[in-house]
Design a protein around this ligand. Structure first.
Ligand SMILES: Cc1cc2nc3c(=O)[nH]c(=O)nc-3n(C[C@H](O)[C@H](O)[C@H](O)COP(=O)(O)O)c2cc1C
Length: 193
């Protein structure tokens, strides 16, 4: 059974990102995937301290919940990452996870000396994001951030579901078509693995 990791990066448990992710997870499970769900706000995860203790083995030396998430990122065949837009980037909870993955970057590029762009992306990822405003560039920054985060564990961005104009908790319920799209994307990514 293909293993998928679903990561909720919003601090709101029942917010727009959470509802969309819930639908994607439901779709993936309906398609037969085994989905592990992680809520970042529930974890104890220090930001990267830039001490480069990872330089010897590629493993972060800070002993907290990142160790388990790092193992899950490496062992899952697919990832669904969901974060709201906070100041044109991901949420702080999500960014902490991303920065801790610098240890995986060190392993890949410094220890294993992989030439950039040469390793096949073995994993597929779906990114879900929402923002309150409607600007054309709302997701520009975050897409670049997500791309390079995924690369640290050989995943590629298969699809992004990006929704503008959602602000208050539950706003996404006014758009059942968005929730349906998330459900279908969950089903599809499970089918790809
Ligand atoms: C700290 C913070 C920063 C935000 N920054 C932006 C932003 O830069 N652009 C935007 O369109 N919305 C911004 N928002 C609004 C959220 O993206 C919006 O409320 C979203 O629906 C929250 O998602 P959630 O319900 O999944 O938590 C911000 C909200 C917060 C709390």
């Amino acid at each position: 059974m293909p293993r998928l990791l679903a990561i909720l990066g919003s601090p709101r448990r029942k917010g727009n990102t959470a509802l969309l992710l819930q639908e994607a997870v439901r779709g993936a499970r309906d398609a037969g995937a085994q989905v592990e769900e992680v809520v970042l706000r529930d974890l104890k995860m220090s930001p990267c301290l830039e001490i480069y203790g990872c330089k010897k083995t590629g493993r972060c030396v800070i002993d907290d919940d990142f160790q388990r998430i790092s193992d899950l990122l490496l062992s899952s065949r697919g990832i669904i990452l969901a974060s709201p837009i906070f100041f044109y980037s991901v949420s702080a909870h999500t960014k902490i996870l991303m920065d801790r993955c610098q240890s995986l970057w060190v392993k890949k590029y410094w220890i294993e000396k992989t030439p950039f762009g040469t390793r096949d992306a073995a994993k597929r990822a779906l990114f879900i994001s929402v923002g309150a405003t409607r600007g054309k560039k709302l997701f520009d920054g975050v897409l670049l951030t997500v791309k390079y985060f995924l690369d640290t564990f050989d995943a590629e961005l298969w699809k992004s579901l990006l929704y503008r104009g959602l602000d208050f908790e539950g706003d996404v319920r006014k758009h059942p078509e968005y929730l349906e799209e998330a459900y279908q994307a969950g089903k599809e990514i499970a089918g790809l693995l």
